[in-house]
Design a protein around this ligand. Sequence first.
Ligand code: DAT
Ligand code: MG
Length: 148
Amino acid sequence: MEQTFIMIKPDGVQRGSFCEIISRFEKKGFSLKGLKLMTVDRPFAQKHYEDLLSKPFFGALIGYITSGPVIAMIWEGEGVVKTGRTIIGATNPAQSAPGTIRGDFAIVMGRNIIHGSDSVESAQKEIALWFPDGPINWQSNLHPWIYE
Ligand code: DAT
Ligand code: MG
């Protein structure tokens, strides 16, 4: 089944919001297949955001992501990449709808609290980078109550 990479950024960890953020994915019915608190160094952060290397905000973005611990997660479920992005909200919190994570918890783009893969292909790439040992293999007993 489809998987996505979700990461609570250092501001989300510092602000004491991570349980509420994680619970939105759990309540939806998605399955947690990996979770760890970790700090990343600059080369690792640059690899994660390599597609944005030429952007003027790249330096600030790398400084932000390496500024404290992050919570890296793998979530699994039907359509989880696209639905995960919907749960997270628009990149700029000023344009994120209320009810989305960024809409509810963030104000500016440079502190937008959470990352989610933007396609199935980038999800696979990001999961391989952040979870070299792969996902945890288990299935929730709620599965038949969430899927028909
Ligand atoms: P997203 O995180 O919604 O996938 P992205 O991949 O385009 O957005 O960019 C990665 C992060 O970089 C984003 O979460 C916040 C920052 N960012 C993006 N565009 C920016 C901009 N125009 N100015 C400042 N920061 C920006
Ligand atoms: Mg992105």
